[in-house]
Design a protein around this ligand. Sequence first.
Ligand code: 0X9
Ligand code: ZN
Length: 292
Amino acid sequence: TVDWTDYNTLDEINDWLMSLVSEYPDKVSLVKAGISYENREILGVKVVFNPGNEDRTVFIESNIHAREWISSAVTTWILNKLLTSKDTNVRQIADTHDWYFVPVFNPDGFVYSHTTDRMWRKTRVPYFLCAGADPNRNWGYYFNTGGSSSNPCSETYGGPSAFSEPSTKTLSEFITTIGPKLGAYIAFHSYSQLMLLPYGYSSSHLDNYQDLYNVGVKAASSLSQKYGTKFQVGNIVELLYVASGGSMDWVKGTFKTPITYYLTNLGILVDMDLFCQLIKLFRPLKKLSTLS
Ligand code: 0X9
Ligand code: ZN
């Protein structure tokens, strides 16, 4: 089972997701978000506590990079809290949003990082001398326009074309079915203490950059008061490096999702007070398309 005392295998995570569906049949439904290159199912769950929140749908992605195990542990932690916590803040955000959780975006790489190479990052699609493309360089929005490699042996190999990787292609098709409803898309990576805003292909600021930045700074300051953790907030390129072909760029670029963050290493989000604060700060933010 999943109890957050140790990292879990893909089978354990998927079994746990399926057990939630039996335990909470009226709230949790299984999401089959696609099939990977090695024929693994990419599983997630949709959680709905109340009808009428479709326009406040939150999507949480993790483990697109295989070795970043803490990211799916955070996702399953939050999912568990939303289902079981009696805290009024948690209940309030749970009840007023629809939720999608897909803990392991890259199941083939994830299994490989458990069985064979702890530091594996990419997919497992074979490319002549080397295996795998970086699934966070493979999405079809400004694909291969910087910060990705064309060498299949590189850790940041973008793949021969956008969506060459079955996992990113299939996930993009699934996300397309709910894309217009998405209010917030959060992707977890590790490690560092960063709250990153799109885009990864460009340092130019979005029209709601300032709003997202302010939310991030508030969350970061709560964190530092509570834990002394120093999170930095800002555009991906400005804080890290150019990295085109990321999932978040594609979601943001395709659906104009108002709130998109990459969060890396999250003492932050296993603290549900802070997660609630973050989600509540999101609430007043508007769809980009409705901004003048
Ligand atoms: O390089 C990445 O993909 C992420 N960092 S990591 O150390 N986990 O590999 C940062 C992702 C930034 N987002 C985009 N480039 N869209
Ligand atoms: Zn990563």
